[in-house]
Design a binder for this molecule. Sequence first.
Ligand code: MTE
Length: 334
Amino acid sequence: MLIKRRSSHHPTEQDVTPEAVYQDRRLILKGLGLGAATLAFPTQAGVLDLFSADKPTLGATTRPLNIHAATRPEGVIITPEEKATTHNNFYELGTDKGDPARNAHYLKPEPWQLRVEGEVAKPFTLDVWDLINKSTLEERIYRLRCVEAWSMVLPWSGISLAGLIRRAEPNSRAKFVAFETLYDPEQLPGQASRSLGGGIDYPYVEGLRIDEAMNPLSFLAMGLYGKTLPAQNGAPIRLVVPWKYGFKSIKSIVSIRLVEERPPTTWNLLASNEYGFYANVNPQVDHPRWSQASERFIGEGGIFGAKRQPTLMFNGYADEVASLYQGMDLRKWY
Ligand code: MTE
């Protein structure tokens, strides 16, 4: 999502510039010695080529889930599964949109444990597959708005974040919630070096204020389209916070920690002048390098031909969340 560091090849450019310019930039990067030859590196599983031109394939195996299916809202187009699973941001699996699907096989989401700890009376470790196998998950159809100005509508399956946090009995010092993605360069090869992983210091970390985390919209997804999550979408468990830019919705999480101080967050650490802690979707506050007034909705068409539509305040969830920010200057980067 950055273009300052030429070598890190952040994908925002791909989304905010015409395709021809973007393709041209890939050639420039190769010319600089940052193409496949330099970036291919051996791992136990084989060779990772972050610049492979192969068409992305569905690299992860998914299986059907028990869900309480949501009623399909009338007139709302749901993004086709093939788009949602091949146009991804998951820098640990590569920085191009198709990389996470191509490299999905590196991530082994089973077994998986998630720790809930910190300022709580009853910390616990959740066996994620036990939960998936023994529960009927709730389906929710949410809009996803990436800070790069593209959007999707996705049917997630999972549980409310508040329910899980309550089980740990947070104490009065729990003012924020810190989330962490798995750190394992064998499974997430982008973590092996800064240049492979887009300049990020891993693990990817995110955070919410406690009242945001306890808002009924905050969701822990373990499924998509009625099936377990593909690796590229954050298997086996990820956060979904629909009124915030997509980078808050951290993937493949292993830790949820209740804390007293505001936790550091990955994109804010990388460029605090471009990515705030709150990152609420707001059509009136432009990104320093592009407008946020409209977005490209990824439906049936391709990303570059995608229909532009107005961005909605809080991504359309103002009725549910605007009260959380009363008295705050929403124009300011926090
Ligand atoms: N989580 C991790 N661990 N690593 C990432 O690179 N990218 C974020 C977010 N979660 C990211 C992540 C960004 S920028 C977006 S827009 C969403 O995931 C994209 O989710 P999707 O690929 O399922 O659409």
